[in-house]
Ligand binder design. Structure first.
Ligand code: PGA
Length: 249
C-alpha cells in the first residue's frame, strides 16, 4: 500500500524569517500520521526550515540540485549539501525550470540519479502544455518525459522515485484537471512504468498530481486509485495546506 505524500512547493516565496513563521503557523494544522508531508522550500530557507520542523512529521525538500558531485559550478547546490542540511526530498524537472531555465530531460535524468545516489527522494515532474493536450499528444509526451527521466535507473532505485504529473495549463491558473483527467494520465504513467520495469516496481512508485490543487478539490483527486498525493504550489503557503493534509478526515 502506497502512503500518500502531500508536498508543498513554495517556489520563490518566503524569506528565511517568513519561512520560520509559516512553519510555526501551520504546525498544528498539518498533523496527519496517515500521510507523509514535506515542504519544498527555497535553498536559503532549508537550514531554518529543517530546524523549524524538528519534532514534527514534516520533512523538508529542496526545489533543485546540481548533478555534479562538487566543484566549480558557481551558484549551484549539490546533493551532499542537501543531505547534510537534513533535506529528504528534491524536486526536478518542474515545468517552470524546464521552461525558464532550460532544464532538459537529460539534466532531469542526471539529477534523478545523483539524488538517488545520495539517498534523497526525487520528485520528478512531468506534464503537457495546453497545445499538446488539445492536439492529442499528452500520453506520448508524458511517456517520453518518463522514459528519459528514468533512463538507466535500476528497478530497485526506480521504486524510490516520486513522479509528479503536473499539466502545465493547470499550474497556478486555478484551472484544475478533473479527477478523471488526472487519473487517466497518472494511470497511464503507472502502466508505462510497468512496461519499463515490472508491475511490482510500478505499484511501489508514488505518483502525485499537481496543478491548482486546493482544500476544495484535494479529496476527490486524492481518492483516485493512481493518485498517491499532491504537489501543491499556491495553496501550500496558506492554512489551506492543513486541510489538504487532512483530506481524509
Ligand atoms: P499550483 O502549483 O498548485 O500553484 O498550481 C503547483 C506546482 O507548480 O507544483
Amino acid at each position: 500500500m502506497r502512503k500518500k505524500l502531500i508536498a508543498g512547493n513554495w517556489k520563490m516565496n518566503k524569506t528565511p524569517s517568513e519561512a520560520k513563521k509559516l512553519i510555526a503557523e501551520l504546525k498544528e494544522l498539518v498533523v496527519n500520521d496517515s500521510v507523509d508531508v514535506c515542504y519544498c522550500v527555497p535553498a536559503i530557507d532549508i537550514v531554518p526550515a529543517v530546524e523549524a520542523v524538528k519534532g514534527t512529521n514534516v520533512a523538508i525538500g529542496a526545489q533543485n540540485l546540481y548533478f555534479e558531485e562538487s566543484g566549480a559550478y558557481t551558484g549551484e547546490i549539490s546533493a551532499a549539501m542537501l543531505t547534510d542540511a537534513g533535506v529528504k526530498y528534491v524536486i526536478m524537472g518542474h515545468s517552470e525550470r524546464r521552461g525558464y531555465f532550460h532544464e532538459t530531460d537529460a539534466d532531469v535524468n542526471k539529477k534523478l540519479k545523483k539524488a538517488l545516489g545520495h539517498g534523497l527522494v526525487p520528485i520528478m515532474c512531468c506534464g503537457e502544455s495546453l497545445e499538446q493536450r488539445e492536439s492529442g499528444e499528452t500520453f506520448t509526451w508524458i511517456r517520453s518525459q518518463i522514459k528519459a527521466g528514468f533512463d538507466a535507473v535500476s528497478a530497485e532505485d526506480a521504486a524510490k522515485v516520486v513522479v509528479a504529473y503536473e499539466p502545465i495549463w493547470a499550474i497556478g491558473t486555478g484551472k484544475t484537471a478533473t479527477s478523471a483527467q488526472a487519473e487517466e494520465v497518472c494511470g497511464d504513467i503507472r502502466k508505462f512504468l510497468a512496461e519499463l520495469y515490472d508491475e511490482t516496481t510500478a505499484d511501489r512508485i508514488r505518483i502525485l498530481y499537481g496543478g491548482s490543487m486546493n482544500a476544495g478539490n484535494a479529496a476527490e483527486l486524492l481518492a483516485q486509485p493512481d493518485i498517491d498525493g499532491g504537489l501543491i504550489g499556491g495553496a501550500s503557503l496558506k492554512t489551506d495546506f492543513g486541510k489538504i493534509v487532512n483530506y481524509d478526515k
